[in-house]
Ligand binder design. Structure first.
Ligand SMILES: *Cc1c(COP(=O)(O)O)cnc(C)c1O
Length: 456
């Protein structure tokens, strides 16, 4: 038996439909509310921001949503993504567990994000949109949308969180290589940005602020729409291609997961790998233990409140019920930039309330230790975000060793870390700190949650 076993599907097996978990939920999602009236939003309320096809995907309860031909044609460049059995890691850990990982770092941008950037660009172009505006933290989403925009002939403008803009020039250069325009946020281009800069000229920025800036620009321009890289139902839907492929690949391996692990920032790569299996369970299939892993410095699922909140700092977005740390919360500057969002996808939050998933949080030094152990066994250097999933999977494998049980563990290796080597340099130099969020700031942010009378 070779050390590492790779399960590859041929191109003809690229799924023809995404899987929509809303079809199988035992209780429907709480509605999204209008920020002004606090009544459920209708499709027309969202029309200034998104093309109608994506708005409909937000609310559809159809189980299978067809993937358009032109999107599948682009997916073909890197999909189906490989599934690996991590035999060398198993040996290092001396675990009886069978560890599998789905590798999403094979996409042009190096993460799972193009899985949704490509269909979002496609539907916008079909609707006659000329320009997309978005935000990005570490730059993974911005570079993915820049890539997709280049393919479909759309202008892309990206508000990048100031600290990352200064610290991660390579991601910025990648966006520019794809033809996008990248602006440090908070900026002087928007009212939301100017209001923040007036309070603090050297503000480091946050995803919540960058979202406000992008939404403001989209709302003011007819030919411009907004695109979001996580959190929303349609984004999670597009990511289910990960889990659908993994299910087929595990069938090739003659296995089925007992445990599924993913890291959670806004929840999209986690949903991508887990939802098809949770859906199968809800339809009477095998029960899976599903674990969301988040950073201890931005712990929305483990420490946040399940409440209606805004998606952005300036309160321009609709209200969604989700696990939130409060829209004004600014997490400390740890290295997994993609996990620094105050809220969690409403779908993922709902599953936690239903007891269908559980969550755990780790500090970053332990997470990097796991990532380095993984790299030395399997050869792939994970993105700092992905290290959270690696850590979660390794801990489950060690638990199997201690209990003497052989379980199948599947985790999502959502991206490679080639643009994040500064984080590894800091880790090897002993400069990574296990930051905790500011308790007082969290209390203040939670005290500022909007008051909402929940629809019956
Ligand atoms: C953006 C990103 C994340 C966090 O977003 P999710 O929606 O939670 O997946 C995690 N990992 C990588 C590599 C990312 O680019």
């Amino acid at each position: 038996m070779p050390d590492t076993v790779k399960y590859v599907l041929d191109e003809s097996r690229i799924p023809k439909a995404w899987y929509n978990l809303q079809a199988d939920l035992p209780r429907p999602l709480p509605p999204v509310l209008h920020p002004g009236t606090k009544k459920p939003v209708g499709p027309d309320d969202l029309a200034p921001l998104f093309p109608m096809e994506l708005i409909l995907q937000e609310v559809t309860t159809e189980r299978d949503v067809p993937i358009p031909g032109p999107v599948r044609d682009v997916y073909r460049q890197w999909r189906p993504a490989p599934l690996f059995r991590a035999r060398r890691l198993e040996k290092v850990l001396q675990t009886p567990a069978r560890i599998y990982y789905k590798y999403e770092g094979v996409s042009p941008a190096g993460s799972h994000k193009p899985n949704t950037a490509v269909p979002q660009a496609f539907y916008n172009r079909e609707a006659g949109v000329k320009k997309l505006v978005t935000e990005t933290g570490a730059g993974q989403w911005g570079s993915s949308l820049a890539f997709a925009g280049a393919l479909f002939g759309l202008d892309v403008q990206v508000f990048m969180v100031r600290v990352s803009y200064d610290q991660k020039p390579y991601r910025r250069a990648l966006m520019e290589a794809y033809g996008a325009r990248c602006i440090a946020s908070p900026s002087n281009l928007t009212q939301s940005g100017r209001a923040i800069l007036a309070q603090r000229a050297d503000h480091p920025g946050s995803l919540g602020i960058a979202i406000s800036e992008a939404v403001e620009i989209a709302a003011q321009n007819d030919d411009t729409k907004y695109a979001l890289g996580s959190v929303l139902n349609h984004v999670l839907l597009h990511q289910t291609i990960i889990g659908i492929e993994a299910m087929e690949q595990l069938e090739m391996a003659g296995d089925y997961p007992d445990i599924i692990v993913g890291c959670t920032g806004g929840g999209s790569n986690f949903a991508g790998i887990a939802f098809p299996f949770i859906g199968a369970q809800l339809r009477g299939g095998k029960k899976v233990k599903v674990i969301a892993v988040e950073p201890a410095a931005c712990p929305s699922l483990t420490r946040g409140r399940y409440a209606y909140d805004f998606g952005d700092t300036a309160h321009l977005t609709p209200l969604a019920k989700m696990h939130t740390l409060g829209s004004t919360f600014t997490p400390p500057g740890f290295h997994a930039g993609g996990l620094r969002y105050h809220g969690m996808a409403p779908m993922v939050s709902h599953l936690q309330e239903l007891g269908l998933i559980s969550a755990t949080a780790y500090h970053q030094t332990k997470v990097f230790e796991a990532g380095v152990q993984f790299a030395r066994a399997e050869g792939i250097v994970p993105a700092p975000e992905a290290n959270h999933a690696v850590k979660g999977a390794i801990d489950e494998a060690i638990r199997c060793r201690e209990e003497g049980t052989s379980r199948a563990i599947l985790f999502n290796l959502c991206g490679h870390g080639h643009f994040d080597m500064q984080a590894y340099i800091d880790y090897f130099g002993g400069r990574l700190k296990d930051l905790d969020y500011d308790q007082k700031e969290l209390a203040m942010a939670l005290a500022g949650l909007p008051s909402v009378v929940e629809p019956a």
